[in-house]
Design a protein around this ligand. Structure first.
Ligand SMILES: [Zn+2]
Length: 154
């Protein structure tokens, strides 16, 4: 049996509760056996909607300096997993993905503080993606790979 936590006394206006009650009674085909069941269903739908809307918070910027940044990744265990991303003169490098173009780096390039550091390095002559237009960088052909190399995708 599912563990139930009882939250008593969630106040409902009488008219509102009666409207729900009426809907439930007049429409048994809806399958609600109680007002509580209805409220739970309604709340779950809204919750799922909002969870989707706010689900983008998969990554968080933990700290950054001239040499790199640490990204908190909420999609990996243990949650959050701390991911080290390095800034190097020729690329940005993710220690976890062993890649220069993973989602951690894509995310990092959206953080204002990191953008500033990257722009500073670019001024110093580093060959890094322009944080204001990273898509151009992702889209540029990797000259170290042959033409058969798969496209980067989205
Ligand atoms: Zn990565």
């Amino acid at each position: 049996m599912k563990k139930m936590v009882e939250y008593k006394n969630i106040p409902l206006k009488k008219e509102f509760a009666e409207r729900i009650q009426r809907l439930i009674e007049q429409n048994p085909d809806l399958g609600f056996r109680s007002l509580t069941q209805f409220i739970e269903d309604a709340a779950r739908r809204r919750l799922e909607e909002l969870e989707k809307e706010y689900a983008y918070k998969l990554y968080e910027h933990f700290n950054a300096n001239e040499d790199g940044v640490i990204i908190k990744d909420w999609t990996l265990e243990p949650k959050p997993r701390y991911i080290q991303v390095y800034f190097r003169p020729d690329k940005i490098w993710c220690e976890y993905c062993l890649s220069d173009r993973c989602n951690h780096i894509r995310y990092a390039l959206t953080v204002p503080k990191i953008k500033e550091i990257i722009k500073k390095h670019i001024k110093e002559g580093w060959k890094l993606p322009d944080p204001d237009n990273p898509e151009e960088w992702w889209g540029c052909p990797d000259l170290n790979r042959g033409p058969e190399s798969p496209s980067l995708g989205a």
